[in-house]
Ligand binder design. Structure first.
Ligand code: CA
Length: 227
């Protein structure tokens, strides 16, 4: 089955957005749209797009802020499409982790070529962490077990990645909290439990033979149940 690539289009100008949506849809992409930075942040975390097309001049925040935030946890290709045409804007965006930069007005063929190139570049290097019969696909934010796969939200993905990377070492909830939510967030250990609950359901749904075990007073660890 050929799964269509999911493009998140972050653009506040309605006419440009509709125009780009029409072009991208006609070229076989699934298009998600965000008109504000806040909406973009939510959609990036919950929909794990395959590529993000990012405008920099947004009504509620600078696109550069979104770019820097996303790069803290994801390698998803980001193509900046902006009216800012100074060389220093381009350099700043590329330094912050943008994969490419197009200046408005752009040529549609150039836009499509950029998207294609970035998706292909992402394609073959499927990076994954494995335990037992289960793999975490780091590019697609999915848990994979044989033929079955399940999409993870950004938080679920971060928690799972930390657990998998530490393999069977016990991690305290405090450590997980600090690494996933950051030291200065308002999140509490209960947040970790909630996300672990989501992950247990997802692991179960794909028939994984790994379990997230709670170790009394110490924290959490992954165990691999052999048949
Ligand atoms: Ca704009």
């Amino acid at each position: 089955m050929n799964i269509r690539d999911k493009v998140l289009l972050v653009e506040d100008e309605r006419t440009i957005r509709s125009f780009m949506q029409a072009i991208l849809t006609a070229n076989g992409y699934d298009v998600l749209m965000a008109g504000t930075g806040a909406m973009a942040n939510t959609m990036i975390a919950s929909h794990c797009p395959d590529i993000i097309i990012l405008d920099l001049g947004l009504p509620d925040m600078d696109g550069m802020t979104i770019l820097r935030n996303v790069r803290k946890w994801s390698k998803v290709p980001i193509l900046v499409v902006s009216a800012r045409s100074h060389e220093r804007d381009k350099v700043e965006a590329l330094d912050a982790g943008a994969d490419d930069y197009l200046t408005k007005p752009f040529d549609i063929r150039e836009l499509l070529a950029c998207i294609n190139a970035l998706l292909r570049r992402q394609g073959p290097q499927v990076d994954q962490v494995t335990l037992g019969n289960t793999a975490l696909d780091l590019g697609a934010c999915t848990l994979v077990c044989g033929e079955k796969r399940v999409q993870l939200s950004a938080r679920e993905f971060d928690v799972m990645r930390i657990l998998l990377r530490s393999q069977s070492t016990i991690l305290s909830k405090e450590v997980i909290l600090a690494r996933v939510w950051g030291y200065d967030s308002d999140a509490v250990e209960n947040h970790v439990e909630v996300y672990v609950g989501f992950l247990r359901k997802k692991l179960h749904s794909i028939g994984s033979n790994i379990r997230i075990e709670a170790v009394r007073r110490l924290g959490l660890s992954l165990i691999h149940i052999s048949e």
